[in-house]
Design a protein around this ligand. Structure first.
Ligand code: PEP
Ligand code: MG
Length: 580
């Protein structure tokens, strides 16, 4: 049994067989071969070794000729390792005695060798592990050939273990079979984490290296609440987690009863609970949880994992599905927030050293007007079908807001000319995600119909902490007094100007902060749909006076740790079943 501590990004418990994806996306499940095919499998292994050896000696000769023998020697060493009699014996024995498939035997044995090197004190020797991985990959390429499979064609339930998953790889995980996932890198606010929540599967990221310690088929437990991963757990641990999974299901069933009740505090203040979505199908999750609308539709996911930029019709189809399903309830379409960790189809500018400070979101939109206009046109057309509002991401200056509004007005004129219907009075809002925006919030509030606080980015820009970097995750904290002050200022400014303010960053879906936010005056929360029942439960269990006094105490505290433990205590006392 081996335990790994990572960062909890999507709650719940998953127990299942590991599907290990290496960096090239190979998947190597534990497969057994039938007794009467052993000879054939040994022959397949022999052929793969021969083919790989030929390839290596060819590389050795070519490199020696181009760069000299010193460099050719790297491949000579690979050649020697691959043709080592001891290695060959071990592989053959695993196939003959244990009936493992050659792929599994190769992966397991070479990973074990690599592990020995990785544990050596010498950095030079530890790096030799990479040579062994190289040999492993080469052999697997020959063994798997065309049978190389991605993770899109699964036939049984698995937990996916990978070094990293991009947001679009995560989005493409097969929800029917993938029970959860773990990645070695990644941080709390990364978009991979956000997609995991959308898929409603437990996920842990940023565990640090584990790929050499685990083989396909190993039993793995993912504890998405504690950020814990247990490889090859003992029976007692499995039993404990099965029990916990059962308890989570029971709580979810209890909360389901709240679905059609209003989100209203005990003293009768009405709260709006909206859903955050990334994909149109999630609108059904919103309906299932009784959401008051869609508070954030991250439309950039239309651009991820596709070969070509989505055209107006692709946008319109997606928006109309969401808008029509929500009926009269508002749908907040956020214009594409590409860039930073959601780049993909855009050329990666070589000099983009700080993508989070670079050409992303509204900045990117204003530099790519045809792309921006296409999206706005589709959103406006969808506004004729229901209750659409439009929201611009990462606005940091008034000029940007004005420019974006001008483009929108221009697109409206265009639609008018073509006699197309749209809602001329569609509400226009901005995300509040940059401290500079908060400093100017009174002015912004004059020029928009609503505000929405994006705490994921607001925290990262306030505390200068990359939201997707596991090495600084300890510094990324929603409860930091500086962050709370910016939130309080924004809520107050919205009240002064009588415009609605929503919060759509992940903080709003965390039960620990609900009472504080109510106390600061927040009346609209937009959260991942699965979090709606919990937040509603808290709203219905508290009164505003109590929340105000909690907020007053918190705002007088000076560090995040004290604030967090105080808030956790308050939650445990008020709604014990949700207290952590
Ligand atoms: C945020 O920054 O809080 C937010 C909701 O936007 P995203 O997570 O998509 O950057
Ligand atoms: Mg953001």
């Amino acid at each position: 049994m081996q335990k790994l501590q990572g960062i909890a990004v999507s709650p719940g418990v998953a127990i299942g067989e590991a599907l290990v994806m290496d960096n090239e996306g190979f998947r190597i499940p534990r497969r057994f071969v039938a007794r009467d095919t052993v000879e054939g499998e040994l022959e397949r292994l022999g052929k793969a070794i021969d083919a790989a050896s030929n390839e290596i000696s060819h590389n050795r000769d070519a490199v020696s000729q181009e760069l000299g023998n010193k460099y050719g020697a790297i491949f000579e060493a690979h050649f020697q390792m691959l043709n080592d009699a001891q290695l060959r014996n071990e592989l053959e024995e695993m196939i003959r005695e244990r009936h493992y498939s050659p792929e599994y035997a190769v992966s397991r044995t070479l990973r074990r060798y690599a592990q020995v090197f990785q544990k050596l004190e010498s950095r030079y020797l530890a790096e030799r592990a990479n040579d062994i991985f190289d040999i492993e990959k080469r052999l697997l390429r020959h063994l798997l050939g065309l049978r190389r499979e991605g993770i899109s064609h699964l036939t049984s339930s698995v937990v996916v273990l990978a070094h990293n998953l991009t947001p679009s790889e995560t989005a493409n995980l097969d929800r029917e079979y993938v029970l959860g996932f773990v990645t070695e890198i990644g941080g709390l606010g990364s978009h991979t984490a956000i997609v995991a929540e959308a898929l409603e599967i437990p996920a842990v990221v940023g565990t640090g290296p584990f790929m050499t310690d685990v083989s396909g088929g190993d039993l793995v437990i993912i504890d998405g609440d504690q950020g814990l991963v247990i490889i090859q757990p003992d029976e007692e641990t499995v039993a404990r987690y099965r029990h916990e999974a059962e308890e989570i299901r029971t709580l979810a069933t209890q909360l389901e009863a709240l679905r059609d009740l209003p989100a209203e505090t005990a003293d009768g203040i009405s709260i709006k609970l909206y859903g955050n979505i990334e994909f149109p199908y999630e609108v059904d999750h919103c309906i299932d949880r009784g959401a008051d609308g869609v508070g954030l539709y991250r439309t950039e996911f239309l651009y991820l994992g596709v070969e070509k930029e989505p055209d107006e019709d692709v946008h319109f189809q997606a928006y109309s599905r969401v808008v029509q399903t929500m009926g009269s309830r508002p749908v907040t379409i956020r214009t594409f927030d590409l860039g930073a960790d959601k780049i993909e189809h855009l050329p990666d500018p070589e000099d983009e050293r700080n993508p989070f400070l670079g050409l992303r979101s509204i900045r990117l939109a204003l530099r790519n007007l045809p792309m921006f206009r296409t999206q706005l046109k589709a959103a406006l057309r969808a506004s004729a079908l229901g209750n659409v509002q439009i929201m611009f991401p990462l606005v940091s200056t008034l000029m940007e807001l004005r420019q974006a509004k001008m483009v929108l007005a221009d697109v409206m004129e265009d639609l008018d000319e073509h006699g197309m219907e749209f809602n001329r009075d569609m509400a226009i809002g901005i995300m509040v995600e940059v401290p500079a925006t908060v400093m100017m919030i009174e002015d912004f509030a004059e020029e928009v119909d609503f505000l929405s606080i994006g705490t994921n980015d607001l925290i990262q820009y306030t505390l200068a902490v990359d939201r997707s970097n596991k090495d600084v995750v300890g510094l990324y904290n929603a409860a930091d007094p500086a962050v709370l002050k910016l939130i309080a200022i924004t809520i107050r400014a919205a009240a002064n100007k009588s415009i609605p303010v929503n919060m759509c960053g992940q903080m709003s879906g965390n039960p620990v902060y609900t009472m504080l936010l109510l106390g600061l005056g927040l009346r609209q929360f937009s959260v991942t749909p699965s979090a709606i029942p919990e937040i509603k439960k808290i709203c219905r269990s508290v009164n505003i006076e109590q929340c105000k006094s909690i907020a007053e105490r918190v705002m007088a505290m000076e560090n995040a740790r004290d604030i967090n433990s105080f808030l956790k205590r308050q939650l445990r006392n008020t709604v014990p079943e949700l207290g952590q």
